[in-house]
Design a protein around this ligand. Structure first.
Ligand code: FBP
Length: 350
């Protein structure tokens, strides 16, 4: 059973090729992607490298603290939220592979300026995930998802983005921690690339990451416990009861409060990450956003053999109704996600 003591050996079987070469081989040898998608991923990766440098500068770069503005969710924007958003917009709007972009930090989709050619893809992203950890030097990240622009749509608005997660053609995240790691799926497995700060490029370090089906580790913000639905309480109470309870074994808890960091740990050694619906604010079906947090992470997790649900249905099957809609999130080791989901469906059926 994977747990905190399990160390992850460097994957000696992986040939440390550059991200560029990996993508060219995915295009040329496997026909997994076309040239435009390859270029788009390269550009997103370069933008993440620039964000990694800005994050790494911390107080020296004058990027800590609040920007004094609010985003569409009513959240105070951090300077790095705004800067990361600008870096991703500037890098992606002129390349000719996008029809439009959308972001956690922008109310509406960003159209490609008429002076630039348009492409066939839509990019939606959370430019800086884990904002509450920026000023305290804990890992943060960038999460992205790529969709095709619907046929015949030349000026995509919000409706063009409202596609279920099963329609994603690529997704991933960059985590800015002790090292910067880019994790990517193109729909045929999950790959991790580490930023080589000397060479200035991403290098393949893990191939075909796989999440163990079982785990002894869970991640949830326990301070919301009193607001949870009964099946959620039951699931967590059983984990906390450990050996003395119906599960008959102990479970350990982790909560970084940066989804990218919690999910990266699960990609690396297993676990279950949960941000459930809570009754604190019944107008909100959850905290995390479907289009640029839940969907890309669910695609990555499923491609690594894990599972991802809302507690009631597969996240990738959810048909979006709004660009910034929220959903409950249960993802990670398949057997735990299926058990937690079963508890909710059983409760609904009873
Ligand atoms: P943003 O920082 O992009 O708004 O993301 C939301 C998030 O920070 C997740 O990364 C994280 O899992 C969660 O919220 C933490 O929530 P809480 O503050 O309730 O622990």
């Amino acid at each position: 059973m994977s747990d905190a003591s399990a160390s992850v050996p460097a994957d000696a079987s992986v040939k440390p090729i550059s991200l560029s070469r990996f993508l060219i081989e995915e295009q040329r040898d496997k026909g997994q992607i076309n040239a435009d998608l390859r270029l788009l991923i390269e550009v997103v990766a370069r933008a993440c490298k620039r964000i990694s440098i800005a994050v790494g500068k911390g107080a020296l770069g004058g990027v800590l603290g609040s920007a004094g503005t609010e985003n569409v969710q009513g959240e105070t924007q951090k300077k790095l939220d705004v800067l990361s958003n600008e870096i991703l917009l500037e890098a992606n709007e002129w390349g000719g592979h996008l029809a439009a972009l959308a972001s956690e930090e922008m109310d509406d989709p960003h159209p490609i300026p008429n002076r630039y050619p348009k492409g066939e893809y839509l990019l939606v992203f959370d430019p800086l995930d884990g904002s509450s950890n920026i000023d305290v030097n804990i890992s943060v990240g960038t999460i992205f998802s790529v969709l095709r622009c619907p046929e015949g749509v030349t000026d995509p608005d919000e409706r063009a983005f409202l596609q279920p997660g099963t329609r994603q053609v690529a997704a991933g995240y960059a985590v800015y921690g002790s090292s910067t790691v880019l994790v990517l799926t193109l729909g045929d497995g999950v790959y991790a690339f580490t930023l080589d700060r000397e060479q200035g490029g991403f290098v393949l370090t893990q191939s075909r990451l796989t999440i163990p089906a079982d785990t002894g580790e869970f991640a949830i913000n326990m301070s919301n416990l009193r607001h949870w639905e009964p099946p959620m309480r039951r699931y967590i109470d059983e984990l906390l009861a450990g050996k003395t309870g119906p599960r008959g074994r102990d479970f350990n808890m982790r909560w970084v409060a940066s989804m990218v960091a919690d999910v990266h740990r699960i990609l690396t050694r297993g676990g279950i990450f949960i941000y459930p619906r809570d009754l604190k604010d019944t107008s909100k079906p959850g905290k995390l956003r479907l289009m640029y947090e839940a969907n890309p992470m669910a695609f990555v997790v499923e491609q690594a053999g894990g599972a991802a649900t809302t507690g009631r249905e597969r996240i990738l099957d959810v048909v979006p109704t709004q660009l910034h809609q929220r959903v409950p999130v249960f993802l990670g080791s398949r057997n735990e996600v299926e058990r937690a989901t079963r508890y909710h469906l059983d409760a609904d059926a009873s």
